[in-house]
Design a protein around this ligand. Structure first.
Ligand SMILES: Cc1cc2nc3c(=O)[nH]c(=O)nc-3n(C[C@H](O)[C@H](O)[C@H](O)COP(=O)(O)O)c2cc1C
Length: 327
């Protein structure tokens, strides 16, 4: 009998051979300018060759001011495309599909690294990692930024990725726009829930317009900030159908303004499963759930119960590149 974990899934023109997704995990092994290196290639190739269905390559900065750490992978220049293309070709030869996570760190950027102040929805220190006071993005720069996300997505297509993912969670720029803790704007990008979501929708629409209509677009959605005064479950249920309407084909569930592994949840197996179950009730697109999943029996049950369509595996795949092969 086929295990549902091993059944394929077609989303637009991408057929994933099983339900195992390597969740995006930054290993910071690019060169100083964000170009891919052989160490990064080997890291992913090892997991692709050992049975993973879809790899979502780590947080990659779309513009130089969106970088969060040294040696982070970047896709801000056309010159980065050729090396990424030979990388995706190697991965695809294993039968594994490959997506790229597009990100901007907003107020999680640091002046020492960027050479300028970070930029963010509001001039506020990040509530979790208060590095350097960011500059508030003006409307002109916002329009540029939307285009920079779009250009990066287009480079991702040219580099042969099967899909792209927009990072909307874990305290980075898009999460900062949606969260009332980090967005205190008084213009049409701040205030009400609808206005705080506006920038996220503009980025989605732009990226959607820059990639083929047959190519899946993933969005890493924050299921709440898990901090007092921050985004709540209700904000998630408000955002989910709207991001789908704007062009998202797969929702990748994460959460936490402090990061993807909220301390109070991290001991619970599949800690975002209750949220993905609820999201699945309100949207028709496939949902990836990640967080504290290590056992195949648990993952299988999540799929059989219809609580998610794809299972994101993070740390278990860092620890054991053969995690998927052993099933
Ligand atoms: C070392 C490390 C780096 C990570 N980098 C990213 C990242 O670049 N983008 C992202 O969305 N999440 C990132 N995450 C979060 C993971 O994708 C995942 O959501 C989290 O680790 C929980 O899943 P797990 O319990 O299977 O590890 C990272 C996690 C770890 C441990």
């Amino acid at each position: 009998m086929h295990s549902s974990l091993l059944s394929p899934l077609a989303i637009k023109n991408m057929i994933i051979r099983n339900r195992i997704v390597m969740s995006p995990m930054a290993i910071y092994k690019a060169d100083n300018e964000g170009y891919i290196t052989s160490r990064i290639k080997e890291h992913y190739l090892q997991r692709a060759a050992n049975g993973v269905g879809l790899i979502i390559v780590e947080s990659t900065y779309v513009t130089e001011r969106g970088k969060s750490k040294g040696k982070q992978l970047g896709i801000y220049s056309d010159r980065q495309v050729p090396a990424l293309k030979s990388f995706t070709e190697e991965i695809k030869r294993t039968g594994c599909k490959i997506a790229l996570q597009l990100n901007h760190s907003g107020s999680l950027g640091q002046k020492e690294l960027l050479g300028v102040s970070p930029e963010a929805p509001s001039a506020l220190l990040h509530p979790v990692s208060p590095y350097d006071m960011p500059e508030e993005l003006n409307e002109k720069r916002l329009r540029q930024l939307v285009n920079e996300f779009g250009d990066a997505a287009f480079r991702g297509c040219r580099a042969g990725f099967d899909a792209v993912e927009i990072h909307g969670a874990n305290g980075y720029l898009l999460n900062q726009f949606y969260s009332p803790l980090t967005n205190k704007r008084r213009d049409s990008y701040g205030g009400t829930r609808e206005k705080r979501l506006r920038f996220l929708l503009e980025v989605i629409q732009k990226v959607r317009s820059m990639i083929p209509s047959t190519m899946p677009l993933l969005f890493r959605l924050s299921t709440g900030d898990r901090m007092k005064g921050g985004l709540t479950d209700e904000d998630t249920y408000y955002a989910a159908p709207r991001i789908v309407e704007a062009g998202v084909d797969i929702i990748d569930v994460s959460g936490g303004l402090r990061g993807s592994r909220p301390e109070e949840m991290d001991n619970t197996e599949g800690y975002f499963v209750p949220l993905s179950r609820e999201i699945k009730k309100i949207v028709k697109v496939p949902v990836i759930v990640t967080g504290g999943i290590k056992k195949t029996e648990f993952a299988e049950r999540v799929l059989l119960n219809g609580e998610a369509d794809l299972i994101g595996i993070g740390r278990a795949l860092l620890e054991d590149p053969e995690w998927a092969k052993k099933i």
